[in-house]
Each structure stands twice: as structure tokens, then as C-alpha cells.
Write a protein that binds this ligand. Structure first.
Ligand code: ADP
Ligand code: MG
Length: 761
């Protein structure tokens, strides 16, 4: 936005308004225009008062029914009580004054019959909902709306209601926008959507849309404008992705074709040694990947698969194809636990094929490779050795966490990067690792949970997608039960069940939402309160704190903590004689490994842990999982957690312990979990139950976080259209020289995302 315009903004407002707008982050005309109404009030219909929630900051359209002023009983001063109504329900407004005279102005204005907008936080006083000292503006009054036109508009046109914020009522924002819109020219708001695209889609221009959005004559017009801004969001995003795809498609990569049939390599030997047959899906996706690796263009593929669908084997086969022709593969995991586990798994799957050097067996001579593990916490010696193996090419496969991104890590010939459990990795990290090869390595990204197509298109729009939908045959399935937290009989039964599993030679996870008991307890024990876990290993993806069934409610019992639960379980009679381990993100890596190993071997068959076990951990003997405070976790996270059990031939059992009340969104999530194990169904449901920001935030892609109006599920059709249109535009002008406004919008977007990414890290 041009400076000229911003000066205009400064001149237009008094200091107080400008400060208040600034607090909302609105300092330029561009900011203000981009501050969209949350909804529109119909001047002919009053707000449904019965639907207001206590604690909510609201702006309502209501009519004054009665107003009384009386002196306060026990103190000096006067109290004015105004009852407003929507025709059915009532809400009281209270104003306090030093004396009756100081309320005179209000008395004069808030007379029965007066209609206006009132804004404030809904409180509760003696069982009645009320607003204390609400800001208000009345229809037919001068105030902020001082022209005839403004008055008329206010009385007959949809009233934009802006996101609520204390200190600046909605109508002040509206007033500010009026000033801006009055002098706005088309040249002030360049349109990133090219004319021909706009015409084909039948969309209004940007300036017109902004006018309609902030000052609609009809609701219809407002909605059309909103549609157009949504399209713009999708279009700019998809154009950025299309450019990215085009750039990748033009990059060179080393072709890593499979060895010719008949020539034996590690992959062929590996296939021959597999104790199970690949599923059809694994075979099909495997062929797809094999063909892409054989091309001199970098593969950019997203492999999404149901929990337990066997993504690791698919990834390993791709890695072996690369190793067979002299290249290396890197496998990137989100946590140290998972990286260590991957290294173990790969070595176990490879068996003698991971011995390094050349094997001379009785009737065969074949190559083998090494799997090196490189994490941030390795000792100096182990680290040096791993670095050497990576640099010399002795390790065909290098497994690690972010540490692999460090500049000291060199590869002899990096041909393939596999990123596991993508949702913890940003685009930037993908790029950093890819930059490690002399030419771009091939890239395979694996997601932990199935994601709906439009999310994939939005968040991972620069990747091609493959899906594994079936899980290998022979799995006995998993039963999920919601267990009420306070019920002693259920609790006893829970631990008795865990005992049965352990006695049968199986294992059980007990998952807690946090590590330490609450700070208050720690203080009582004379210890310093511990800092809550920051390690992302342990952060449950908490839902909206405003969700009454989930986080935040003050009267609910504190969250169960792993360190407390482990002590409790060690003294439970049902579990007497059973070794119980503990695992959380604040433990040193060697202790984490030891805990995981003791659990896997059965030395400690019950493991109390935080969400560190969420992704990828694979212990086939694990059959039971108890999740405390299950209502505090999101669906995808529960699905992931649950995916850790029932991976062998014994049936799994998952107990979701919570005190969520029926009817709350939290309860709905748990219910869904008990009803299906289909990850795609759950993912869609998740999207419906959660706010968009959560979904995209969880996907951890910087650029998607800037979506404002777009809703990836509901706007699926629109996203598809935008994608096609964007692809055409980018094909016509790959560097967008013909579409400078679009190029600028993309740059602005990238800058914003960059900032956000930096803030996060
Ligand atoms: P995920 O897709 O969740 O990462 P994994 O790759 O960890 O799943 O595989 C889960 C388990 O299934 C592993 O123990 C793996 O060895 C096993 N597995 C993989 N493919 C098959 C198959 N085709 N048949 C039987 N078991 C398989
Ligand atoms: Mg996995």
C-alpha cells in the first residue's frame, strides 16, 4: 500500500482511534482493508440474545426495553441498569457513575425503544447475563456515523461486525473504514488476479470487492465479495505452488534407475529376504517411486498412508534402489527417539545386508551397506564416525533428526531424501536438506496420518501424492473404549486389563499429556516449580482453549503427569511385580533409548510416557494403550497414538480416559475414535470439528498459515478452480513477468511466512 494513502489514514483519525487500531495490528490502509468483518448484522433483525455465551466478547444489535437509575446501596455513586431485548430474550447492561448526574448522558440516550449496537464481554451476575459498561452506538444518532448517507446505511444495510477487541468497538472500525473507502481508488489496490482469470471466473475487481465486503448494500453482495477474496487467497497460494513445481521440474537430478532384471543388488536380496509379501498398495506405490527415481528430474512425492500401512518398507526399498547404483539416502525423523528407532528398524529389516562391505556367502556374493545414525546428542566419537561414514559413502543410509541439516554433515553422493512424519517439518527444512546434494536429490515425504485431498493440495501443493490405504492382512484390529476418569470400578478394571496383557507376554503404553505434576504440588514439596516441557516431542496439539470440553476450564482436575502416574502405577496392587518404565522428551537421549529398548524387549512391559510415542514407534508386542486426559488431544494425534498398538497379530485395546461431558466437541472426538479406525474418515471429521488454523497449523507449513478466509474443506471446489487457473497463468509466464501484481503478492506472502517461520523457531 502506498505511503500516500497511509498518510491519509493518519490524518483521518484522532490519536486514540489510531492507537486502538494499532493494537489490533492495523497501522496501514492495507491492514485496515484486510481486516474483514466476521459477520454481518441484519438491521431488520436483532441478535439472538439467548445464544450468547458467558465470557464471549460480543457485538449485538438490540432494542432498549427499560432503563432505571438508582443510588448504590452501600457506597456512593449511582447505578444504571438497562434491559435490552431481541424481542424474546433479555440482557442487562450496567453502568456505574460517581453520582446520578454523571449518568445523565446515558439516561438521555438509552430510552426504551432505542435500537443500537452494544459491545462488551458477557458476564454473569446473580444468574443473569449482563454486559458491564458496554460500548454502544445507537441508530439515528450522530456519533461515529455523521453523514446522512451513513445514517441511512446504518438503518437499512447489513452492518459489518468486526472481530471483537476491547478498546475499539466494531463501529469504530467501521467508521475508520468509511474514511478509507471514501477516498479509495482502484489504483490503490492492485489486483493480483489477472483480468482474464477474473472474467472467466465472473469475479469483481479487488477494489470493488473490498468496498462490498466492508460496506455492502446487500448480504448477497457481501458474500460475493467474500467469495472473490477467497478465490484470491487460493489463487495466490496455488500460483506460488505452481511456480515451485515448475522450478523443480526444470531442475536436474541424477537418475537412479533400478538395476536391470537379473542383476542382483541389495534391493533384490532384500525383497527375497522379506518375511511377508508386500501389499498391493506397497507394490504399486513402490513401482511409481522406482520409475520416478529413474528419471533425471528430482522426484517430489508425498506418501501418505494409514497408520501401520507399512510406509517404512516402501521408503527402504526406494533407498535401496538408490544405494544399488552407488548413491546415498538420508532419512529424516522428527524426534531423536524416532530416528533411533528407524535406524534400529532399518538395520533389523536389512539384517546381514546392513553389515557393510561385501558379503561372500556359501552360494552368493552380494553387496551390503551401512545404516548410520546421526543425531544432535551423539558423543564426539560416535558422531565423528557417523560423519565419516556419511562423507565417505560407506553408509548408504544415514538416519537422523534436524542434526542432519547441520552444515558439517557431508554426503558422498546424496541421491534421495526421505522425510518421515512430515507434519513436524516445514518447507524450509525440506529445502535445506535438498540443498545438500550437488544436484537436487529426489525427495519422498511421508505423512503420519492420511490427509484430506484439499489439505494436501493446499499444504503440500508442490508435491505429487501417493496413498497407501490398506494395512497388511493378518492384523487383529483394535478396540477403543472411552473410560470416565472419576470412576473407581472402571479404573480398577483398566489396570486389571493391563495386567492380563502383560501376563500374556504383551506390552502396554500409558500416555499422559504432560511430564511434571503441576507446579503448585512441586512447590508444596519444597521444590522449584519446573518449566513446562518445551520440547516438541511432548506437546499435545491442544485444541482451542475456548472449547469448553477441552483445555482451560478452571474447575477441572489437573492433567495427569507422567512422573506422577508412574509412581502411582508402581504401587498399584494389580501391577505388582511388573517393571514400569517412563519416557518423556526432557530425558537425555541415551535414557530415552534405554527406556524404549527395555519396553521393546519386555524388560519393562509397561511404559508411561508423553506423546513422544505418538509417531512411528513400532513395538509389535504392544497391545494396550491407556491415554489419560484423552479429551485434551486432537483426533489425528489420538489416531497416531492408537496406531502404536495392535500392530502384531494380537488384538489391540485402547482406553481413552477422560472426564469430557457428553455433548461437548471433546466428547464428540472421543466418540468418533471409538467408532472408526479409518484414518481418512477421522481426518475429515477432524477438519469439521476443528478450526482451520489448527489444521493448517498442525501441518506446520508456514505459507499455509496465512490463509484467512479460505476453508480447505468447504472451499475444495474453489481451491481446485484456483489451482487450474494458477497453473495456466504460470505456464503462460513462468516467472510471472506478465503478471507483476501476482508476483508481488506472492513475494509479500513469502515474506510474511518467513517471518512467521522465524518466530516459531
Ligand atoms: P507406518 O506406515 O505406520 O509407518 P510401518 O512401516 O511402521 O507403518 O509398518 C508397520 C508394521 O507392519 C511394521 O512392523 C512392518 O514391519 C509391518 N509390515 C509392513 N509391511 C508389511 C506387509 N506387507 N505385511 C505384513 N507386515 C508388514
Ligand atoms: Mg512410520
Amino acid at each position: 500500500m502506498s505511503e500516500r494513502v497511509d498518510e491519509r489514514l493518519e490524518r483521518a483519525f484522532d490519536k486514540r482511534t489510531a492507537t486502538a487500531l494499532g493494537k489490533l495490528g492495523l497501522t496501514t490502509v492495507g491492514d485496515l482493508l484486510g481486516h474483514y468483518p466476521r459477520r454481518y448484522a441484519d438491521p431488520g433483525a436483532l441478535t439472538d440474545i439467548a445464544a450468547l455465551e458467558v465470557g464471549e466478547h460480543v457485538t449485538i444489535l438490540a432494542r432498549v426495553e427499560q432503563a432505571t437509575v438508582r443510588p448504590m446501596r452501600n457506597r456512593n455513586g449511582a447505578l444504571m441498569e438497562v434491559v435490552v431485548t431481541d424481542g424474546t430474550s433479555r440482557l442487562s447492561l450496567t453502568f456505574f457513575g460517581k453520582h446520578r448526574g454523571s449518568l445523565y448522558n446515558h439516561e438521555k440516550r438509552l430510552v426504551p425503544g432505542a435500537k443500537g449496537l452494544f459491545t462488551g464481554t458477557v458476564g454473569l451476575y446473580r444468574g443473569t447475563r449482563q454486559l458491564t459498561h458496554p460500548d454502544f452506538t445507537l441508530m439515528g444518532e450522530e456519533s461515529d456515523l455523521d453523514s446522512d448517507e451513513a445514517l441511512l446505511e446504518h438503518a437499512t444495510k447489513p452492518i459489518p461486525i468486526y472481530p471483537a477487541a476491547a478498546g475499539i468497538p466494531s463501529w469504530k472500525v467501521q467508521g475508520a473504514l468509511r474514511v478509507v473507502l471514501d477516498t479509495l481508488t482502484d489504483a490503490d489496490v492492485p489486483d493480483p488476479v489477472p483480468d482474464e482469470v477474473r472474467q472467466r471466473q465472473g469475479l469483481p475487481g479487488r477494489a470493488a470487492a473490498l468496498r462490498s465486503l466492508h460496506r455492502p448494500a446487500t448480504l448477497e453482495e457481501a458474500y460475493q465479495a467474500r467469495h472473490r477474496m477467497r478465490f484470491e487467497e487460493a489463487f495466490v497460494l496455488q500460483a506460488a505452488l505452481a511456480q515451485r513445481r515448475a522450478r523443480t521440474a526444470a531442475e536436474d537430478a541424477t537418475a537412479r534407475p533400478p538395476l536391470p532384471a537379473g542383476q542382483r543388488g541389495i534391493l533384490a536380496d532384500f525383497d527375497a529376504s522379506l518375511p511377508f509379501a508386500l501389499t498391493d498398495g506397497q507394490r504399486q506405490v513402490g513401482d511409481e517411486i522406482a520409475a520416478e527415481l529413474a528419471r533425471p528430474r528430482p522426484m517430489h512425492r508425498l506418501l501418505q498412508g494409514e497408520v501401520g500401512s507399512g510406509k517404512t518398507v516402501v521408503a527402504l526399498r526406494a533407498m535401496l534402489q538408490v544405494v544399488d547404483v552407488g548413491g546415498q539416502a538420508a532419512l529424516l525423523a522428527p524426534t531423536e527417539v524416532l530416528a533411533a528407532q528407524h535406524a534400529r528398524t532399518l538395520r533389523a529389516l536389512l539384517g546381514p545386508l546392513a553389515d557393510g562391505g561385501t558379503l561372500f556367502g556359501a552360494e552368493r556374493a552380494g553387496a551390503s551397506t551401512r545404516v548410520a545414525l546421526l543425531t544432535g546428542s551423539l558423543g564426539a566419537k560416535a558422531r565423528k564416525e557417523a560423519l565419516l561414514q556419511a562423507a565417505s559413502g560407506e553408509a548408504g543410509i544415514v538416519v537422523g533428526t534436524h542434526a542432519l541439516l547441520s552444515e558439517q554433515v557431508q554426503f558422498a553422493d546424496l541421491g534421495l531424501v526421505v522425510v518421515d512424519e512430515q507434519h513436524r517439518f516445514g518447507v524450509e527444512q525440506r529445502d535445506a536438506l535438498r540443498a545438500k546434494g550437488r544436484v537436487s536429490p529426489h525427495l519422498l515425504v511421508m505423512t503420519a496420518t492420511p490427509i484430506p485431498r484439499t489439505v494436501a493440495m493446499t499444504v503440500f501443493g508442490d508435491l505429487e501424492t501417493s496413498s497407501l490405504t490398506e494395512v497388511p492382512a493378518g492384523r487383529a484390529g483394535i478396540t477403543t473404549v472411552a473410560v470416565p476418569a472419576g470412576n473407581v470400578r472402571w479404573t480398577d478394571r483398566t489396570w486389571a486389563r493391563v495386567r492380563e496383557e502383560v501376563d500374556a507376554g504383551r506390552r502396554a503404553y500409558v500416555v499422559c499429556a504432560r511430564i511434571h505434576p503441576d507446579e503448585e504440588n512441586d512447590e508444596k514439596n519444597g521444590q522449584k516449580p519446573k518449566v513446562p516441557a518445551k520440547d516438541f516431542d511432548d506437546v499435545p496439539e491442544f485444541l482451542d482453549p475456548a472449547d469448553p470440553g477441552a483445555a482451560g476450564a478452571a474447575d477441572r482436575p489437573p492433567l495427569r503427569a507422567a512422573l506422577e502416574v508412574v509412581e502411582e502405577l508402581r504401587s498399584r496392587p494389580e501391577l505388582a511385580g511388573i517393571e514400569i518404565g517412563v519416557l518423556h522428551g526432557q530425558m537425555p537421549p541415551d535414557q530415552k533409548d534405554a527406556a524404549m529398548a527395555a519396553f521393546a524387549s519386555g524388560a519393562a512391559p509397561v511404559l508411561v510416557s508423553t506423546t513422544v510415542v505418538e509417531v512411528g514407534v513400532d513395538v509389535p508386542e504392544a497391545t494396550a494403550m491407556v491415554i489419560f486426559d484423552a479429551d485434551r488431544f486432537g483426533i489425528s494425534q489420538l489416531h497416531q497414538l492408537r496406531g502404536r498398538v495392535g500392530r502384531g497379530s494380537d488384538p489391540g485395546l485402547c482406553l481413552l480416559v477422560s472426564d469430557a461431558e457428553p455433548g461437548t466437541p471433546a466428547f464428540a472426538r472421543l466418540e468418533a475414535m471409538t467408532q472408526t479406525t479409518d484414518g481418512f474418515k477421522l481426518a475429515n471429521l477432524d477438519l469439521e470439528l476443528r478450526s482451520e488454523g489448527d489444521v493448517l497449523g498442525a501441518a506446520q507449513s508456514g505459507r499455509a498459515s496465512s490463509l484467512r478466509l479460505l476453508r480447505v474443506v468447504k472451499d475444495a471446489g474453489l481451491i481446485e478452480e484456483a489451482r487450474t487457473a494458477a497453473a495456466d497463468v504460470v505456464a503462460a509466464s513462468p516467472d510471472l513477468t506478465e503478471f507483476p501484481e501476482l508476483a508481488r503478492a506472492i513475494r509479500a506472502q513469502l515474506d510474511e511466512d518467513q517471518e512467521e517461520f522465524l518466530e516459531r523457531t
